[in-house]
Design a protein around this ligand. Sequence first.
Ligand code: UD1
Length: 434
Amino acid sequence: MDKFVIRGGNPLVGTIRVSGAKNSALPCMAAAILTEEDVTLENIPQVRDIDTERRLLVSMGAEVKLGDRLLPHSTTISFRTLTLPEAKYEIVKTMRASSLVLGPLVARAGMARVAMPGGCAIGGRPIDLHIRGLEKMGATIVQEHGYLEARATRLKGAHLVFDKITVTGTEDLLMAAVLAHGETVMQNCAREPEVTDLAALLILMGAKIEGAGTSTIHVQGVTSLHGARYRINPDRIEAGTFLVAGAITAGDLTVADCNPEHLRTVIAKIEEAGATVDILGPYAVRVRSDGNLKAADISTEEYPGFPTDMQAQFMALATQAEGVSKITENIFENRFMHVQELVRMGANIKVDGRTATVRGAARLSAAAVMCSDLRASASLVLAALVAEGESILDRVYHMDRGYERFEEKLQGVGAQIQRMGNVFKTRNGEAAAD
Ligand code: UD1
């Protein structure tokens, strides 16, 4: 298992580039199920979740062509025939977003067999809202042997009201609705930019959608969709992670190829914490800090609120800020797995229910720590970048699920971070790999 060895203390200086959004690429790849023609997606990040989705689509009969040297981040998916409308447990268990194929499979093939996702490190991840929506659109759903089987000759338009805002639930049902008979009105939808990205692709494929990016989406079903070419938007969570990296290391970092519009709440909180942030145009943001950070409270919310996917990284920043920061997690029930590891590095954090109280500024010292999920891993990297000494982060495969060449990008702006194959400590204390 790969590990990261990180020596803290270097300010990050220079320009760092953001990849395409994993959470946009996943539903956009699933949208290829809806047509027999080619769907070409550009700016696909090269991360493990994308490989998993590629395997999933191939297992259903897709032909997937990867980009070439000129366009390494493009992928063309062709679903001329859909041989097996099934998402097997072996794949679903490693990537919960696999439930995104449910809606498009029923819409295209009239049936889907998808393994039920289990819980995960950050809490239960039910898909009851996906199921309820499909039933309202006329699907019959049976749950057996850990699988969910959905059938419908042709889905019909419906009035769907989400009890709770769900990102992949909105995307899944949007993909079901575009080929349904008649009009679907979806209310209390997720407004995340990833939903807007998917809707933009579907519209290019011939779908009739209005209101994506707002809480009410109207869809007029069509009988078929065609191929399209679409460029995935930048990853706002990767960009936000780099902004925190610049602020926490007292650096001067330009985060390029991002969309500052999608980062408003994150930028506001980084400024409140004492760093200077300049928007350099439509695609770049610069962050500077003299190291004098101050406490700031955050409370995670659905977009455009502060993203839960940035909570762990912001907590690392809060450990270095003077004063008391209250961090409240409202989206997932158990998303404080990083706390104990940060405490092992010297942070002063107390958790009470959904709120973590962080007292800073703490002197962090390097330690061997364990990554528990994707964003928790990012927060540990950030803490290690300012800790005294050499930290070893275990289980960085969590990181590889969603960050492309993370250590290489950080090395490019001055971080001392190395990926190691099987690290052990030599007698003089230096990390080595075999
Ligand atoms: C997506 C993102 C993830 C992000 C999350 C919240 C992808 C691939 N993943 O996950 O990175 O952290 O949004 O911004 O885009 N819920 C239900 N029933 C459902 C569906 C969800 O109760 O049927 C609950 C969940 O348990 C959670 C909340 O709704 O408490 C939000 O979850 P949701 O928006 O669905 O998260 P994901 O789409 O899985």
